[in-house]
Design a protein around this ligand. Sequence first.
Ligand code: HEC
Ligand code: HEC
Ligand code: HEC
Ligand code: HEC
Ligand code: HEC
Ligand code: HEC
Ligand code: HEC
Length: 353
Amino acid sequence: MKKTALYIVGLVGLTLIPASVATHVGSVYMPEGCGSCHVGHGMSNEPMLSASQEDACYQCHGSVDKKSVMIASGRLSPAVSLADIEAEFDKLYHHPVENSGEHSPDERLPSFSKSQMAHAECVDCHNPHQRVHDGVNSVARVTGYSLSGQYLEEASQEYEICLKCHSEVIGGRSDADMRTQFSPVVTSMHPVTRPSSGKGQVSLTSYSQGRTTMNCSDCHRSEDPSGPRGPHGSMYKFMLSGNYSVEAEADESPLAYQFCYSCHERNSILGNESFPLHREHIVGDPFKGIPGTSCYTCHASHSSERNLFLVRFNREAVSKTQPDNRMEFRSLGAKSGECYLMCHGKSHDPARY
Ligand code: HEC
Ligand code: HEC
Ligand code: HEC
Ligand code: HEC
Ligand code: HEC
Ligand code: HEC
Ligand code: HEC
């Protein structure tokens, strides 16, 4: 084992792993250093991991049983407590790390080849040789893309890593192009790529009060608030931290919009503290048989290209006015605006508040 470590260290010069940077290996919790992950005598381009891809990581970032094997073999210190990341990937909605064989250490994403299956491996987002946490985040030093489409050898923002896969080139889905959705020139956005005004919204819970920026992984992460950070997996659709019903007709409940309510107080929203017609729309009128509708009917989750307050109408719930063909929101200043559209057979032409 010692010999292996030395042999690989011999390659360090060639593969340019800077000694000055604190690595996984430099961790006092990995007694075998390089040998905690690498085994045997490798060819210079073969990583020689003791297990393939994510399974190599699960040895220490998986179940208690897996960790005990590593502890027993002296490759992991019993003094450290590591979260079970494998359990996150077992959830219904997760990054497909189990798809095998598509990642290569020197690939350059996004891949323009559609025959290359879309994939996501641990090492697409984490550099196993670099500092594991720099005090800000633990995704430092992997490749990425800037908002302007520039390839980056080392991403410095979390979203830059996401952009190398979630931009138009893969699969050609322009509706899911995050580079467009998070372009800093949109009219309103959840503050990922540009800070919010800092004024705050009346509804914000203590969780997000005072924060002017957020990460993609504040929303796309484990549904367990005390679970590991990171967009690994969730039991909820879109890999969200909570349930989010997006149906045009939906019964309001704390669970239906749990996701939004985790940062925007339910009492504030239903108490009409901002939009005076929130309650009427979200709850509907059960006595008159008028159904409620989802936040998704009026709000985009990422950004709105043209409107303030993330207003964007869901075309499955709302249609254009006739004969003028308008579907429009206009803000008229503080807590005042108007809408032109058709909804549940009712014409807003316009409806004002
Ligand atoms: C946390 C586990 C881990 C530790 C510790 C570790 N490596 Fe690696 N190493 C990996 C993984 C995973 C890959 C494959 C990376 C990929 O596929 O992109 C790899 C790849 C390599 C490669 C192949 C070339 C490359 O960069 O992809 C070399 C050489 C290497 N490691 C050397 C070392 C040396 C030397 C050390 C000790 C200083 C070390 N590794 C410590 C996990 C580790
Ligand atoms: C031999 C055990 C071992 C293996 C295998 C291993 N890790 Fe780790 N990992 C650790 C330890 C120990 C730490 C904590 C280091 C410290 O705090 O000093 C850690 C920390 C991390 C962190 C930072 C966690 C945080 O709190 O910010 C990430 C991310 C990570 N590992 C990813 C990976 C990935 C990806 C792989 C597979 C390529 C992998 N690890 C393989 C032992 C391992
Ligand atoms: C190496 C490529 C890659 C990277 C990097 C990447 N993803 Fe993904 N992502 C994927 C693939 C592949 C899927 C599965 C797509 C599918 O099943 O259609 C996915 C799915 C998702 C989904 C679920 C979408 C849905 O419709 O349910 C979300 C949310 C997501 N990724 C967020 C992120 C975030 C946030 C980041 C950055 C921290 C990121 N991704 C980085 C490849 C990547
Ligand atoms: C992780 C926390 C978080 C979650 C979850 C969240 N938001 Fe937000 N939201 C924020 C923050 C932070 C702001 C920016 C507040 C500010 O202006 O300072 C914001 C702002 C907004 C705004 C006002 C935007 C503007 O430009 O004025 C709307 C509308 C909004 N959110 C709707 C939603 C909806 C709908 C959901 C559920 C789909 C949701 N939010 C989920 C944190 C969150
Ligand atoms: C405020 C919370 C929030 C933030 C921040 C956020 N998302 Fe999302 N995201 C959502 C919600 C809610 C959905 C599902 C509903 C929708 O599509 O509007 C979603 C959907 C997605 C999807 C699936 C889209 C599709 O059409 O299938 C992907 C991929 C994604 N997000 C990636 C990202 C990336 C990458 C970032 C950061 C650049 C990010 N998200 C930031 C809340 C968020
Ligand atoms: C799509 C990108 C992506 C993929 C794929 C991914 N991670 Fe992460 N991971 C992240 C992000 C982002 C964070 C949060 C970083 C932060 O905020 O510190 C994170 C956090 C972590 C942490 C620290 C969690 C904590 O709170 O203790 C560990 C450990 C980790 N990842 C391991 C893994 C392993 C192992 C795999 C593969 C089985 C993996 N990750 C796959 C993006 C990813
Ligand atoms: C019928 C359309 C509609 C629905 C449905 C709707 N909203 Fe709104 N929302 C608006 C409008 C319009 C505004 C802007 C009000 C103004 O002019 O200040 C707004 C403003 C907001 C704001 C910013 C001000 C604040 O309160 O902090 C948040 C956050 C918000 N909505 C969250 C939600 C959530 C969460 C849901 C679902 C539970 C939801 N909205 C459902 C139309 C809607």
